[in-house]
Design a binder for this molecule. Structure first.
Ligand code: AMP
Length: 506
């Protein structure tokens, strides 16, 4: 592991590593705990090179806040990073980073007023401009492909997502679930300030959120009822001094009178002199089943059958890729003209019209029905090259996620559980040994009357494809940490389908 304290050192190192390596970045203020670890572990799984920054950012502390007192444990933090397989720790000082918090000569990045008029921003003026400025600076220095932020800091996450969109930073932002102690207390570097008694008082925060969530599941959806529940529970603990309790849209942060799709229920409170925050997402949508796995494991057949059995929408992601492949073919653009293809697909209007099983989903692109046209061998031969292009993935990611808003769907694809629906209720990683997949494919060929194909050749091809899929730059095959693996060797399609249906119903 390398430790850099200057922009110069880090930049040279990173420029030597690129372009072969995808860079994942975890910004922190150090005093690393399990919450940080979970972000770092995810970054490690998903990237070739992992950079962790450790910087107690003076720009985000108010004059009466705990900047001086904030724990600084660089040596211990570096050891944790080393143990987690981090490649680079970037631990600058305000001076080496060129930050001057005193004389106000620093260019600042100011998040929109709409995202900073409530929640923590009300009580920490200047905090989010400080965060947005330092994060922008770190993005420019490190230029990561993916950056990881905790959902615990929900307002920060919404602001960073907006910042990246508004300023067109070429980075993907991943929100990661809140890590908690077994007691439920959200992990935080500031928990170190709590006495044992305060720690046990602090449990009321998550308890109150859980109570509200339980009521929500049972039908309580309005602001007033949910906030009252939280307030009443917190009132039982004298040592808790509530700063705010709010129910907002998780993206726009606008207050919600009622949760129709998703609501963020958030709290900030003092326990003694320590300020703690916590939140929970209330999701009013039907569950999603996401099925990932290597090529040839039976994903698409099984997915259709699961949709039929459970009466869920089958989101035909394959048809989406086909539709864009059809569009590119129509346009006459060369496959190598990635820029031209990016222009074309970014402006395409794609719509899926689901049909009852076993009919194919109807597909329209720019108003034209292409349901049959996308199934021709000419289009088929283009699909995988089109799907490997970054903009194609990004365009489809947006569309697929918009279908996921209401839930009640099942979808398959190589990055469905990791990237498209990381919060799917049921995630399956469907797999089979290379030998089994080769045997299945051989049987398919034989059924089509092709008898001159050798099993060993198919095995070699499939192994090669797995290797390419798991190492390629765009949407590599990775198993989500919380996916349930189903090994399908020796299982029939109905058996696999029924396993998934059981998992969904249980
Ligand atoms: P900090 O060091 O407090 O600035 O946090 C660095 C990153 O870790 C931020 O993206 C936080 O949201 C995230 N983080 C902090 N606490 C937790 C937690 N308990 N679970 C998950 N992520 C967390």
């Amino acid at each position: 592991m390398r430790l850099f304290q200057t922009i110069a050192g880090l930049r040279i190192y990173l420029s030597q590593q690129r372009p072969q390596k995808r860079v994942g970045f975890v910004p922190t203020m150090g005093a690393l705990h399990q919450g940080h670890r979970s972000l770092i572990e995810q970054a490690r799984r998903e990237n070739e090179l992992v950079v962790v920054s450790i910087f107690v950012n003076p720009l985000q502390f108010g004059p009466t806040e705990d900047l001086e007192k904030y724990p600084r444990l660089l040596e211990q933090d570096c050891q944790i990073c080393e143990d987690l397989g981090v490649d680079v720790v970037f631990a600058p000082t305000p001076e080496t980073l060129g930050i001057d918090s005193g004389d106000q000569t620093q260019t600042m990045v100011i998040p929109p007023e709409s995202l900073t008029r409530n929640l923590c921003a009300t009580f920490r003026p200047g905090h989010f401009p400080g965060v947005a400025t330092i994060v922008s600076k770190l993005f420019n220095i490190i230029q990561p492909e993916i950056a990881y932020f905790g959902e615990k800091d929900a307002q920060q996450l919404a602001i960073i997502r907006c910042l990246v969109k508004d300023l067109s930073f070429p980075v993907e932002i991943k929100g990661c679930p809140t890590s908690r102690e077994e007691s439920g207390l959200a992990l935080s570097s500031r928990n170190q300030y709590l006495s044992e008694a305060e720690k046990s008082s602090a449990l009321a925060l998550f308890e109150s959120l859980q109570l509200a969530q339980k009521a929500f599941v049972q039908g309580t959806k309005t602001r007033q009822a949910l906030l009252n529940l939280v307030q009443q529970h917190l009132d039982l603990t004298d040592e808790i001094n509530v700063q705010y309790i709010d129910l907002v849209d998780p993206q726009t942060l606008s207050p919600l009178e009622e949760v129709t799709e998703t609501g963020l229920l958030a709290i900030a409170a003092y326990v003694g002199s320590t300020r703690l925050i916590d939140n929970i997402l209330l999701r009013n949508r039907q569950p999603i089943i996401a099925i990932d796995g290597p090529a040839g494991a039976g994903k698409s057949t099984v997915t259709r059958l699961v949709a039929k059995e459970l009466n869920l929408l089958y989101l035909d992601t394959g048809a989406m890729y086909r539709a864009l492949a059809w569009l590119v073919r129509q346009s006459g653009l060369a496959l190598t003209d990635e820029a031209g293809i990016a222009e074309l697909v970014s402006q395409a209007n794609l719509a899926l019209i689901p049909q009852p099983y076993p009919q194919a989903t109807r597909v329209k692109i720019n108003g034209e029905d292409v349901t049959e046209a996308i199934r021709t061998p000419e289009v088929t031969s283009l699909v995988s090259a089109i799907a490997a292009q970054k903009t194609v993935r990004e365009v489809l990611l947006q569309i697929q996620q918009s279908y996921g808003k209401k839930g009640g769907l099942v979808a398959e694809g190589r990055d469905i559980g990791t990237k498209v629906f990381p919060d799917a209720e049921v995630k399956i990683f469907l797999t089979a040994t290379v030998q089994e997949r080769a045997r299945r494919r051989l049987a398919d060929f034989q059924a089509q009357g092709k008898t001159d194909i050798r099993l060993e050749d198919l095995e070699r091809e499939i192994a090669q494809r797995d290797q390419q899929d798991s190492t390629r730059a765009i949407a590599p095959l990775v198993k989500a940490a919380d996916a349930i693996e189903i090994q399908t060797d020796g299982l029939s399609i109905p058996e696999v389908t029924s396993k998934i249906v059981q998992l969904y119903l249980s």
